[in-house]
Design a protein around this ligand. Structure first.
Ligand code: NDP
Length: 460
């Protein structure tokens, strides 16, 4: 140890870096963690957490509508964007402070500055000098990817700026059909903004189950979002009346704000990885093995910068596994199989395991159980929102390969389903579970009829 300033130097205090730094420090190691922005990373500062607050804020519109159907008389509801932003920023500052305190309480040193690699054991910290470390963990996360050559792209914002708009726009155009585009389309629509989603593909949310994608697109359209599929923005112009997005098919869309959500890229630029000889993948991510080891024996990487599964809980588990292996003599690798995920659209979506298409491709014959229905909360007042629940089951073994839920609280439901599926639950075991009544989730354990997708006949 005497040879190095630190046992561990962590670059980037997001979900993965913070978990690794805390656990390593708690083992008695001398740990520093450098962060150029506020501590907490994408999740806490400009991602999951502020996004969820925006989801909550935007869901009230439907709640007010529902309340009327349940006998409530409400006055005129008005939303104060600036008041919301102030409250949101206060809460984010509080949470970031907790992250800092937790690090310090664990014994880690928090360095509020940008750090870059000089060589395999040395980091340079802006304004503070160079430090050596026996081990270095790169956990710098990702950042929005933008098509830099698109004419007028400087007029577009990313999700980073969407959290700080000085005014709530009247009209917004959102490019992309992934998690961020869909979630923000629902947020802005819920807040009363005229919202248009422009996506190049035939349907939103590529990679998810096709029934889920179609169902969600229908529900989003029914809630008032204009979804333009097979369309792409080719240029953006600023006019006296706002912004005009010119699509490649010649169609023009007018709005006050244009937001691009075309994916995120690993944040490796200017990090000095080449000085240390760290290999990158073709997509610019840090290349790691199952133990988050890079090709350089003293350097590891976790989280979005490695572009494995770019989700906060995954980064946390990768960071924890690294700390267990390197500081607790407990060799641990995180299992990236059967990781559930959620898209906080309206209605929300939760998914774990394989889509029907992927399951058919991998396992051949599968059984499908599918239910689409209006929840009793909706039917009571004549609401139109429909839920979808779907199970994909391997024929023969009866193992549940995929579970997909589009419903209010779908993500809460899927967390429980993920436990059983991680344990390898079969359909008979699943069905032996008695329903909880009256709930939405009971539908999942009462689906008995096999569903034959249109056009599949006996081949299913
Ligand atoms: P995604 O990768 O989810 O989606 C990117 C979207 O942009 C896709 O619809 C893609 O289309 C489209 N796209 C990509 N390149 C182009 C292009 N050149 N021109 C036009 N369209 C393009 O990225 P997001 O930015 O939405 O989110 C990034 C990641 O962040 C997610 O993958 C997820 O891991 C994480 N995240 C998770 C959340 C959650 O857990 N709820 C919430 C938000 C983010 P196509 O499908 O055709 O490729």
């Amino acid at each position: 140890m005497a040879d190095y300033d630190y046992d561990l130097f962590v670059i980037g205090a997001g979900s993965g870096g913070v978990r690794a730094a805390r656990l390593a420090a708690m083992s008695g190691a001398k740990v520093a963690v450098a962060e150029e922005d506020r501590v907490g990373g994408t999740c806490v500062i400009r991602g999951c957490v502020p996004k969820k607050f925006m989801v909550y804020a935007s869901e009230f519109t439907k709640t007010f509508e529902t309340a009327k159907g349940y006998g409530w008389d409400l006055g005129e509801a008005r939303f104060d964007w600036k008041r919301f932003l102030l409250a949101k920023d206060d809460e984010i500052a509080r949470l970031s402070g907790i992250y800092v305190r937790n690090l310090q309480n664990a014994g880690a040193e928090v360095v509020h500055a940008r750090a870059t690699l000089k060589d395999r054991h040395t980091v340079e910290v802006e304004g503070k000098g160079t430090f050596t470390a026996k081990k270095i963990l790169v956990s710098t996360g990702g950042r929005p990817w933008m098509p830099k050559d698109l004419p007028g792209i400087e007029h577009a914002i990313t999700s980073n700026e969407a959290f700080h708009l000085s005014e709530l726009p009247k009209r917004i155009v959102i490019a992309g059909g992934g998690y961020i585009a869909c979630e923000f389309a629902c947020i802005f629509n819920g807040l009363g903004v005229e919202t248009t989603l422009v996506h190049r593909g035939p349907n939103i949310l590529r990679g998810f189950d096709d029934d889920v994608r179609s169902h969600l697109a229908e529900e989003m359209s029914a809630s008032g979002i204009h979804i333009r599929l097979g369309a792409q923005i080719g240029k953006i112009e600023k006019t006296a009346d706002g912004l005009v997005s010119g699509c490649l098919d010649g169609h023009e869309l007018k709005s006050d704000v244009v937001m691009f959500a075309l994916g995120r890229e690993p944040y490796t630029e200017g990090l000095g990885l080449e000085s240390a000889g760290v290999e990158l993948t073709e997509t610019g991510a840090v290349k790691v093995d199952a133990y988050s080891r890079t090709n350089v024996p003293s350097i590891w990487a976790v989280g979005d910068v490695t572009d494995r599964i770019n989700l906060t809980p995954v980064a946390i588990r990768e960071g924890a596994a690294f700390a267990q292996t390197e500081f607790y003599e407990n060799s641990t690798s995180f299992d990236h199989e059967m990781v559930a995920s959620a898209v906080f659209t309206q209605p929300q979506m939760g998914s774990v395991g394989l889509s029907e298409a992927d399951a058919r491709h991998k396992y051949g014959k599968v059984d499908i159980y599918l239910a689409k229905f209006r929840a009793m909360k909706e039917t009571f007042y004549g609401g139109a929102q429909r839920c979808l629940m779907k199970l994909v089951v391997e024929q023969g073994s009866e193992r549940i390969l995929g579970c997909h839920v589009v419903a209010p609280d779908g993500p809460e439901i899927i967390q429980m389903a993920a436990i059983a599926m991680k344990m390898g639950v079969t359909k008979p075991q699943w069905d032996a579970t008695c329903a909880v009544h009256p709930t939405l989730a009971e539908e999942l354990v009462t689906m008995r009829e096999k569903y034959t997708p249109p056009g599949l006949g006996q081949a299913a």
